[in-house]
Design a protein around this ligand. Structure first.
Ligand SMILES: Cc1cc2nc3c(=O)[nH]c(=O)nc-3n(C[C@H](O)[C@H](O)[C@H](O)COP(=O)(O)OP(=O)(O)OC[C@H]3O[C@@H](n4cnc5c(N)ncnc54)[C@H](O)[C@@H]3O)c2cc1C
Ligand code: SF4
Length: 541
């Protein structure tokens, strides 16, 4: 820590998508920032992305390639009191989930901020698309997003995209099917560099985005925002520093963060004038609920009681198809950069669809290295091997991503009687899909069937009779809103109760849409940073 000041201007907890942007913006704005990160850095040369399945102890089936991103006991120190097939994601590593995300980077549409006004469900956000749009634009330029502005009302675009990824044969075949149904198929928008940009190299199409990118061609905080923060000289990073609770002064304002050094096991304290929580949806709620004091008996900034509530995210519906037209063709390397195309929401055109909200489809988000159908086909011996080889060039996967409703009954709590390896109460996830979510999920499966009916090939449809989720897209546990009685944060992600406390990750979402959330998380974090700097200058916080 060297010459660190006694007290920092700002302490940011968490170094993922939200924390990285907050650090960059604040440090560039002149603030002295300390960042606490529970995990540690993974050296790109340690990544296992390019290993073949047979080089790994369990052929990759136990997610060995991603083990680096789940350090310590993070994978096990959680409990579910939910319906089956519900999972939330908590990475513990420098960079958080940006280290193994898929980088699909989509703006919310204006209507996604106004569910109550337009559809009579959930609540409106306390800010509009128009207010967030300039931050979307700036974030897209900083992280480097490839794709096109397709002029779609349901998926607004920016003005500075890098060239789109080229389409694979299977994606051209898919286009014939979607055209026949009048369903749009567009180039995906991804934070993957299709040409050298901002001192980072172009993608080399290895197909391992979610196992970690050793080239830094995909956006990560350690590859982009954190070095920019460090370059200012205003940034101090503490890795292996797991926040236990946020401490308050007599007036109930945040004054310091108590954390465990996970190497020495000692507990330390960092003083800061402002605390910004960026731990991810589940962990942010956990940290605030664990920060109990006489001034905040229900958790920090929780006079409304909503912290932990309104957990929501996405439901899923995948289908694999082995296109007849491509089966038996010469095997070629099709890895690319996982998704190259995207089917944006189209169900909103159907007034009789029978549910609120919508869905979209991601395409080919899996790499080609592992022949997944080998586990689904019956048989053995030479014929079996021949069948696997013949089918492989025809591989295509479609994955439905559906909105789930933000409802109070789905929530994260903490269990004081069950603690993690550092004595911190663990989070408990309580989640059931609502009736509307189930209807939407059925509609999404019908949408998939419609598309598949226009394609010829061997189809493996997920036959489960209830949705799975939350697709690592969980949001909502520290929601924004205009009314301090029903929300925890204002439109700048500032606590209604504690003026020097901000929470700028996905937990602030009032509602979600079918779009992947991270571009919106980064835009919100950047907007909050700008507000925070202005408020500091005015002496308001
Ligand atoms: C496989 C995969 C694919 C994905 N693909 C996409 C995609 O294509 N598009 C998209 O939009 N999103 C995608 N996501 C989701 C995306 O990664 C997250 O939405 C995003 O990273 C969330 O950012 P965050 O800053 O809120 O949290 P995170 O990125 O999770 O970062 C939180 C950080 O806080 C740290 N932390 C937590 N608790 C503490 C504590 N108490 N003390 C100190 N540090 C703490 C964690 O270690 C972590 O580094 C994907 C995620 C995964 C796992
Ligand atoms: S496909 Fe491109 S962005 Fe993805 S891991 Fe490989 S080089 Fe990185």
């Amino acid at each position: 820590m060297g010459n660190q000041p006694q007290e920092f201007d700002v302490c940011i907890v968490g170094s993922g998508a939200a924390g990285g942007f907050m650090a960059k913006e604040l440090c560039e704005g002149g603030a002295k920032v300390v960042m606490l990160e529970g995990g540690k850095e993974v050296d790109p040369s340690d990544l296992l992305s390019h290993k073949w399945p047979y080089e790994l102890p369990y052929s990759g089936l136990r997610r060995e390639k991603q083990a680096y991103f789940y350090q310590g006991d993070v994978a096990t120190s959680i409990r579910y009191e939910s319906q089956p097939n519900v999972h939330v994601d908590r990475a513990r590593v420098l960079g958080g989930r940006t280290m193994h995300w898929n980088a699909v980077s989509l703006r919310y549409a204006p209507q996604d901020f106004r569910e109550w006004t337009l559809a009579g469900i959930e609540d409106d956000w306390p800010l509009s698309y128009e207010e967030l749009a300039p931050y979307y634009e700036r974030v897209e330029q900083i992280i480097g997003v490839c794709g096109n502005n397709d002029g779609l009302e349901i998926l607004p675009g920016g003005n500075h995209y890098l060239p789109p990824l080229p389409w694979r044969c299977s994606e051209h075949i898919l286009k014939r099917a979607t055209d026949a149904l009048n369903i749009p198929l567009i180039s995906v928008r991804k934070a993957v560099l299709t040409k050298p940009y901002d001192d980072r190299p172009a993608c080399h199409h290895c197909g391992h985005c979610m196992d970690g990118c050793d080239a830094s061609a995909i956006f990560t905080s350690p590859g982009c925002t954190l070095p920019k923060a460090a370059a200012t000289g205003n940034f101090t990073l503490r890795q292996n520093a797991l926040a236990r609770e946020i401490l308050v002064d007599r007036e109930g304002r945040a004054r310091a963060v108590s954390f465990v050094d996970t190497i020495t096991k000692s507990t330390e304290e960092i003083k800061a004038r402002i605390v910004v929580v960026c731990c991810g949806t589940v962990e942010s709620a956990r940290l605030l609920l664990n920060s109990v004091s006489p001034q905040h008996p229900g958790g920090l900034g929780n006079s409304s009681g909503v912290i932990g509530q309104y957990l929501h995210g996405h439901s899923n519906a995948p289908v694999q198809i082995y296109l007849k037209e491509l089966q038996g063709t010469k095997p070629i390397n099709q890895d690319g950069a996982t998704d190259h195309v995207y089917i944006p929401r189209f169900d909103y055109r159907d007034p009789k669809r029978g549910y609120s909200g919508g869905y979209a489809f991601q395409v080919n988000y899996d790499s080609y290295m592992f022949p997944r159908h080998a586990r689904l086909l019956k048989g053995y011996g030479l014929d079996f091997k021949r069948k696997v080889r013949t089918m492989q060039p025809g591989y295509m996967i479609l994955g439905g991503v559906g909105k789930s409703m933000a409802v109070k009954q789905n929530y994260v709590s903490v269990d004081k009687s069950q603690v993690d390896a550092h004595g911190i109460p663990i989070p408990v996830v309580h989640f059931q899909f609502t009736d509307n979510d189930i209807l939407l999920w059925k509609g999404m499966r019908n949408g998939l069937q419609q598309i598949i009916s226009k394609l010829s090939g061997d189809v493996f449809f997920d036959e489960s009779n209830s949705p799975s989720g939350l697709a690592s897209h969980e949001v909502g546990t520290v929601r924004m809103g205009k009314d301090p009685k029903t929300s925890a944060l204002n439109s700048f992600c500032q606590s209604h109760d504690v003026k020097n406390l901000f929470v700028t990750d996905g937990s602030g979402f009032t509602t979600s849409s079918e779009k992947n959330p991270t571009l919106t998380i980064m835009a919100l974090s950047m907007r909050s940073a700008e507000y925070l700097i202005k408020q500091r200058r005015l002496g308001a916080i």
